[in-house]
Design a protein around this ligand. Structure first.
Ligand code: KIV
Length: 277
């Protein structure tokens, strides 16, 4: 790590970031950033940049495997990616997303899937989507020693049930989300991810619980913020969700590098003598 000011505020973990560090940051009002990561280089770079928590999201379905929704990705496909991220980091807390169909059936199914991510891939926590119907799953994991992040608001695995990508928690529905967050806290979840809700609802949930909230399209009052890394770095094309901010134009950088390479090969100027044995 560099000599830059600590992104953890007064909470400075010397080894792997753990759940108590995140709780302490909430107490100290220290906001933090989470990014998705799916491979060795991105994970190592983000950790070095001071990102304390990396999520191997089921968004790998779209951003790695080229599917058009998160529903298609399998446990086996995600396990390989989680393994790469946990092997290539020493400090960031690595969270594995439980994919669609791998935990909803029962607390036991959820437990067996989560155990695979911990044992086979080295995840240190898991994330699951849903409302209070997921409380038995959360209780089972927590009582088995598996830290759980609950994902509420817009839950992409339910996109067909929810009628597409829509902001949740408007009007009276806000109270349902606040109640779910409190119930997840009582069940032992270590954090709540809140996706696509009005900013005042993100704030109300954050104030209602003592565990950290991580927002994506949930306003700036959450304790932490998450983005999909390819969105953050400007790899993605097309219409972007309103909550995305691009901090770089990596697509242009890679495009230029690849076309320069192709041109030099075509011209016969690569490899030059310095790249030749
Ligand atoms: O899978 C994912 O990328 C997510 C986002 C909400 C961060 O769950």
């Amino acid at each position: 790590m560099s000599d830059q000011p600590s992104p953890y505020g007064n909470t400075k973990p010397t080894t792997r970031v753990r759940i108590p560090h995140l709780k302490q940051m909430k107490i100290e009002g220290q906001k933090w950033a989470m990014l998705t990561a799916y491979d060795m280089y991105s994970a190592a770079i983000f950790e070095e940049a001071g990102i304390p928590v990396l999520l191997v999201g089921d968004s790998a379905s779209n951003n790695v495997y080229g599917n058009d929704s998160t529903l298609s990705v399998t446990v086996d496909e995600l396990i390989s990616l989680v393994r790469a991220v946990s092997r290539s980091t020493r400090r960031a807390l690595v969270i594995a997303d439980l994919p669609f169909g791998s935990y909803q059936a029962s607390a036991e199914q959820c437990f067996h899937t989560a155990v695979r991510f911990m044992k086979e891939a080295g995840a240190q926590a898991v994330k699951l989507e849903g409302g209070i119907e997921m409380l038995p799953q959360v209780e089972k994991l927590v009582s088995s020693g598996i830290p759980v992040m609950a994902h509420i608001g817009f839950t992409p695995q339910m996109e067909h049930q929810l009628g597409g990508y829509r902001v949740q928690g408007r009007g009276d529905d806000a109270q349902r989300l606040i109640d779910s967050a409190k119930a997840f806290e009582a069940a032992g979840a270590f954090a709540i991810l809140i996706e696509m809700v009005p900013g005042d609802v993100g704030r109300a949930i954050t104030e209602a619980v003592s565990i950290p909230t991580v927002g994506i399209g949930a306003g700036n009052q959450c304790d932490a913020q998450v983005l999909v890394w390819q969105d953050m770095a400007g790899l993605r094309t097309g219409r972007l969700p309103r909550f995305v901010k691009q901090y770089a134009d990596l697509r242009s950088v890679l495009h230029t590098a690849a076309s320069d390479f192709a041109r030099e090969v075509g011209e016969g100027t690569f490899p030059s003598p310095e790249h030749t044995f």
